[in-house]
Design a protein around this ligand. Structure first.
Ligand code: NOJ
Length: 739
């Protein structure tokens, strides 16, 4: 019943597994079946003695099919042994964990990874994350999160791939491939879980868990494509979302889970709820009690209950009352058992619990290198007036001051996120992070610079004292590197904010430092687009470093010294002001688009332009690229034909550089209004100084289609524009007609 992708390369066949699932199912009691649909939290707070809690008793009685967020390796062995040796049917447990940006070796946050636009690199870090997680006994990660969002107030934009469904689709597929490889039973792969199905990223006002209301057309075009791409890439599982979509709590949304996911897409995997959401249907006011909630959530298409206990308390009643059928329960259990077979857990329940492999696999030095490479590749250069960067022996500076709260922080999970905090990763040790002071300082000193570090306002809001320490350091230096941004702890689930301003008095810090009259490089550690109008205007060089993970300082040194030429491009628009949110590049034109601020009777603001501070896809390099005009192989494209779009990109600077060449389209004559631009392709290329390369894209009617009035994806004949450039704003354009 499952997609063969999960078994590719295994000796076992789909039919073998189907048979074994049926044999086992025939022996199971109703309670045991409900047990397989029940997921329980591990002892995440202590991670030590599982025998003291109810977990083992539940496992022994066959009441628990899966445990999540458990870190202690030896206890996982105890739990698995209990399931296999002491429960009546010996069905192994499946261990789930949020492997969000690395497991033991911490990589940059997912949003930063998306800024590389480098799918091979993303796949590679997920492969490493999977190897570490699997070696530590985890079988299943709750990743990728493929939620598109237009709202940086929402703290979870850090976990996604930004605002664009096309980029999000490519990133989702890469992550699924990275986690699952091509054989789920291998001891270095884990099952992926594509989440949160669906539309969680469009919470009103960016407020966590808040309501979403959107048209079917927007859902199909903006939200669902990355889910469909991950499903087609073979994602073993999906997670239903927390929030209500068009009034229906996502965990009881049959339209999404059954009609679209299993029906239209033909996906055959297992669906888990998000934490406690079955119970929350009652809080939403959409179910009356556990029985009602259990009936509604199972009927919608969920299989496993993450931590609400609703199935355990309500499923039997729902069956007795005829609200659900035995077949519905059996199908859900089949999907859970199928996954356990595909992972090889029945053949060897301890396959992922091998101490020797654990020791050999966790935190290997080459994983650190991958983290460093990924972090350097993800950084986005927003500004470099006067070529302040890179810092080389030829730079006209001698003394450098590294200042700011993030010059040398070892607290608040800085340079990382909520996901590396306590939630299962209690053993995590913040001294494993290389800070800017620890790596950038020696790297610069080696090049002959004199470097001082002035740490200011580490935990609280910057004060006068901090400002004067920083100013003093700036006065004594020739160049200031200001490390500012957000705390790692403020990044992730339930971290929504109302203000996108550079927090804790840090823009004032930059202003005060400017009194020293020294050029400043602003390094931003962030998990979302932030707003810093003064710095945007007055600071000559700005680098978005995101939350880069363990290798923060080394990666920063690589980029600031030019060992790595920046090539990151923004996966989310950076607004000028939070009042512009939601702001995104692929918006509709309106009937009165504004071309200039102040233009009356046009769609704009009285006090601010409509344009962003930096657009989607933007990022500078230490070299420059020239784009030729677009060449089309035909001016008129038949419905069944392919259009070839090409440009020649030339490196016109003096350094080797990488460029993300982006292709956008605009439908000028559809039956409904279409976005002013839609990303339909990209390619990352590397060019030696002076070298040029032709980049070719192919467009078919599928790329030109939209969700129409007949509830279908279809392309309309008529005029289209095509754009190619290094970001969504600065582009070459051409026109063609679809017939
Ligand atoms: C809640 C989050 O929304 C989800 O993404 C995560 O996987 C689960 N908790 C499990 O920790």
């Amino acid at each position: 019943m499952f997609s063969c992708t999960l078994l590719f390369g295994q000796k076992t066949t789909v039919r073998d597994i189907d048979r074994r699932v049926e044999e086992l199912l025939a022996k199971m009691t109703l309670d045991e079946k409900i047990g397989q649909l029940t997921q329980s939290p591990g002892d995440i707070s202590t991670g030590t003695d599982v025998s003291k809690d109810n977990l083992l008793a539940g496992i022994r009685q066959g009441r628990i099919g899966s445990v999540l967020s458990h870190t202690n390796f030896d206890n996982k062995i105890v739990m698995q042994r209990t399931a296999v040796k002491e429960s009546r049917l010996g069905i192994p447990l499946i261990f789930g964990f949020d492997v969000i940006h690395g497991y033991k070796t911490i990589f940059p946050i997912p949003l930063a990874q998306a800024a590389t636009w480098d799918m091979a690199a993303i796949e590679n870090v997920e492969r490493i994350a999977a190897a570490e997680a699997a070696a530590d006994g985890q079988n299943w990660t709750f990743s990728p999160m493929v939620d598109v969002s237009h709202d940086p107030r929402w703290g979870r934009v850090m976990e996604g791939a930004g605002e664009d469904p096309y980029l999000g689709s490519r990133v989702g597929e890469a992550r699924v491939r990275g986690f699952q490889g091509n054989d789920l039973s291998q001891p270095n792969t884990v099952a992926a879980c594509t989440k949160h199905f669906a539309a969680y990223g469009f919470a009103e006002a960016g407020r966590e868990y808040n309501t979403v209301d959107m048209s079917e057309q927007r859902l199909r075009e903006m939200v669902l494509p990355p889910f469909e791409a991950s499903a087609r890439a073979g994602s073993a599982t999906f997670m239903s979302a927390f929030q209500a979509l068009n009034g229906v709590p996502a965990s009881m949304d049959r339209h999404l889970l059954t009609d679209i996911l299993r029906g239209e897409w033909g996906w055959q995997g297992m669906v888990v709820s998000d934490w406690g959401t079955f119970g929350e249907t009652i809080v939403h006011g959409a179910a009356t009690d556990d029985t009602d909630a259990a009936a509604k959530c199972l009927s919608a298409g969920n299989d496993m209950d993450m931590c609400s206990g609703v199935y355990e308390r309500g499923l039997k009643n729902a069956l007795d009352q005829g609200r659900i059928t035995q077949k519905q329960i059996d199908d859900a259990v089949r999907r859970v058992l199928w996954l356990k077979f595909a992972l090889g857990l029945f053949d060897d329940p301890y396959r992922y619990l091998d101490k020797k492999r654990r020791t050999e696999t966790l935190e290997r030095p080459e994983y650190r290198q991958a983290s460093r490479d990924m972090a350097a590749e993800s950084m986005v250069l927003l500004k470099n007036d006067g070529g302040v960067l890179p810092l080389t022996p030829q730079s006209p500076f001698k003394k450098i001051a590294i200042i700011g709260p993030y010059a040398n922080s070892q607290g608040n999970k800085d340079y990382m996120s909520f996901w590396t905090l306590g939630l299962g990763v209690r053993e995590y040790d913040s001294t494993k992070v290389v800070t800017p002071a620890q790596a950038l300082k020696p790297a610069l000193e080696e090049m002959g610079f004199q470097v001082t570090v002035a740490e200011v306002c580490l935990d609280a809001t910057c004060t006068e004292k901090d400002y004067s320490v920083a100013l003093q350091a700036a006065r004594e230096a020739d160049l200031v590197i200001a490390c500012v941004g957000e705390r790692g702890i403020d990044c992730g689930e339930c971290r929504s904010v109302t203000s996108l301003d550079l927090p804790r008095g840090q823009e004032t810090l930059l202003k005060v430092v400017s009194r020293g009259n020294k050029p400043t490089v602003m390094v931003l550690f962030n998990s979302r687009p932030l707003v810093f109008p003064w710095a945007a205007e007055n600071v000559p060089a700005i680098l978005v470093a995101w939350q880069p993970g363990f290798e923060t300082g080394n990666a920063l040194a690589d980029v600031l010294t030019g060992r790595v030429n920046p090539s990151g491009k923004l996966p989310l628009t950076f607004p000028r002001h939070q009042g512009q949110v939601p702001i995104y590049y692929n918006h509709l034109n309106t009937g009165r688009p504004q071309t200039q601020m102040g233009q009356m009777w046009s769609s704009g603001y009285l006090d601010m332009p409509t344009t962003p501070a930096w657009p989607f896809g933007f990022g500078l390099s230490y070299t420059t690229f020239r784009y030729s005009d677009i060449r089309l192989n035909k001016k008129t494209m038949g419905m069944e034909e392919t259009l070839e779009v090409s440009v020649v990109v030339t490196n016109t600077g003096s350094r080797v550089g990488e460029e993300v060449v982006q292709l956008y389209i605009r439908d000028l004559s559809a039956d409904i209004s279409r976005p002013v631009k839609e990303l339909k392709g990209f390619e990352k290329i590397r060019l030696e100084p002076g070298a040029g390369r032709e980049v070719r894209f192919l467009l078919t009617k599928k790329d030109l289609a939209y969700w129409n009035h007949e509830a279908k994806f279809k392309a309309d004949p008529g005029k289209f524009k095509v754009f190619v450039g290094g970001n969504s704003q600065d582009v070459k354009e051409a026109e063609f007609e679809l017939r």
